[in-house]
Design a protein around this ligand. Structure first.
Ligand SMILES: NC(=O)c1ccc[n+]([C@@H]2O[C@H](COP(=O)([O-])OP(=O)(O)OC[C@H]3O[C@@H](n4cnc5c(N)ncnc54)[C@H](O)[C@@H]3O)[C@@H](O)[C@H]2O)c1
Length: 438
């Protein structure tokens, strides 16, 4: 029976209406096409997108003496084709099929280093489009290898001492050789990442001065928000304990560590001048000792040195009497703090560190308990300008960023040990090192 016969007869006899007739009826006169168009229209109308504001503004305490940003509206843009995981945005709102989700474009200088690569992991997981700039002085491509095939990720070999033009919404400026072994080896670059390379120490100056100037210039030009990763070293050998952000520090301006300490102090000054004078949106974090997977092996930082030594069955080298103190923050806590700072409304500076305070001998004991109870301790003369005490006061970060660390040393250390174990026994070329309590 065909549809024409049905119309003519006015009535359908179900017994005589076969499956073959039904199929023929459905495909006749493009009925299926009309049904599909109808379904598509209904789906588009019902999928309404609500994208929440990304700003997490918090009340500003009247007693807070630190600069507060002038609220330059941030651009939220950069659309790339979405994948399945983009169909539900951060707030759980539904995004219509075929439309593109909005995500931030974020530049991370020094993004293939220890802290930078963990930050990149978090930004990528959030759905951002991330560009890493790195000259691989201390960073490793391996740290970001797992993102290389992702279209939202770009890795550019570039020295921040040279200007560059990129279009981004946020800049996390981490590029700087951060360990004593590296900055004592190449101090001029550290300060000059800011001048001509006269010696290795100039590298630090160049990076901290010229590199920071270049990145601030970029932020100003493209109206991006800029975050500087400064350091607890700006407090030098502190005369106040614990260290509060309002403390101005006690730094030897001509010592072996000064290329790093003074370099970061200059970087903070430049950052605040761009903020006050040019209205650039800035954030400043003062990072205290941080540890975790992907730290450079043998870079002279005390946690990495103790762990590497214990794994290699070498004595743990303690400088001085081992009674100097430090606080140790697990890297995931730091990354959380950096992102809250970037997304929040306060310029800072903010101390980001774990207030738990350990002497070097106590740290050695935790390493012995975690890796090798029979590991020996070897005492050596202390290094020049080694601070006696270091402990952050994080009241400000608690109050204004709602942040505090959650991973204890005894929880975090084993996570780092498995990474070190794999890298040390997989790469026997790693050599010996000198240690510091930096
Ligand atoms: N890890 C800590 O305990 C700690 C403490 C205080 C401050 N910080 C700060 O945090 C940031 C990251 O430190 P980290 O521990 O990850 O150090 P890291 O050495 O692992 O990372 C620094 C990265 O910057 C890159 N870099 C250095 N100079 C550069 C230049 N001129 N141009 C481009 N790239 C350059 C390196 O190759 C490396 O990838 C640094 O600014 C450091 O001063 C870290």
């Amino acid at each position: 029976m065909n549809p024409e016969r049905i119309q003519n007869e006015g009535q359908i006899n179900p017994a005589r209406f076969s499956i073959k007739d039904s199929v023929r009826y459905m495909f006749g006169e493009q009925r299926l096409l009309f049904v599909l168009i109808g379904i598509t229209i209904v789906a588009l109308i019902s999928n309404v997108v609500v994208i929440p504001s990304s700003s997490q503004s918090e009340p500003i305490s009247a007693s807070f003496q630190v600069a507060v940003s002038t609220s330059v509206p941030r651009r939220i843009a950069y659309e790339l084709p979405t994948r399945n995981f983009d169909l539900v945005n951060a707030a759980g709102a539904r995004i219509p099929l075929g439309l593109k989700s909005k995500s931030l474009r974020v530049l991370v200088t020094g993004g293939s280093g220890f802290v930078g690569s963990h930050l990149v992991d978090r930004l990528m997981a959030r759905g951002d489009n991330v560009i890493v700039l790195d000259n691989f002085f201390t960073g490793r491509k391996d740290n970001v290898l797992h993102h290389l095939r992702n279209p939202r990720f770009e890795l550019i070999r570039h020295d921040v001492v040279e200007p560059i033009l990129l279009e981004v919404d946020q800049i996390y400026h981490l590029a700087c050789p951060a360990s004593p072994v590296h900055y004592k080896y190449n101090p001029v670059k550290t300060i000059i990442s800011f001048i001509t390379l006269f010696s290795s120490r100039l590298r630090y100056h160049k990076t901290n001065v010229v590199g920071t100037l270049n990145m601030l210039g970029l932020a100003k030009r493209i109206n991006a928000r800029f975050l500087l990763t400064s350091t607890s070293e700006v407090y030098g050998d502190p005369l106040e304990h614990p260290q509060v952000e309002t403390y101005w520090g006690n730094v030897n301006p001509i010592g072996v560590r000064s290329c790093y300490d003074e370099g970061k102090r200059v970087a903070e000054t430049l950052t605040m001048d761009y903020h006050r004078g040019l209205n650039t949106e800035v954030r400043i974090a003062r990072i205290f000792n941080t540890y975790g997977p992907r730290m450079c092996l043998d870079d002279g930082r005390v946690v990495s040195n103790f762990v590497a030594q214990a794994l290699r069955k070498q004595p743990l080298t303690v400088y001085g009497d081992g009674m100097q103190t430090r606080s140790f923050q697990y890297v995931s806590d730091l990354v959380d703090g950096l992102m809250r700072l970037m997304e929040g409304e306060h310029v800072g500076p903010f101390n980001l560190g774990n207030p738990g305070e350990f002497t070097m001998l106590e740290l050695a004991k935790v390493v012995q308990d975690t890796i090798d109870p029979n590991a020996k301790i070897e005492f050596r003369p202390n290094t020049e300008d080694d601070p006696h005490k270091r402990k952050p006061d994080i009241s400000r970060a608690k109050e204004l960023l709602g942040w505090q660390p959650s991973v204890t040393l005894r929880e975090g250390l084993p996570l780092m040990v498995s990474d070190f174990r794999q890298r040390i026994f997989g790469d026997l070329k790693e050599g010996g090192s000198s240690m510091s309590t930096f």
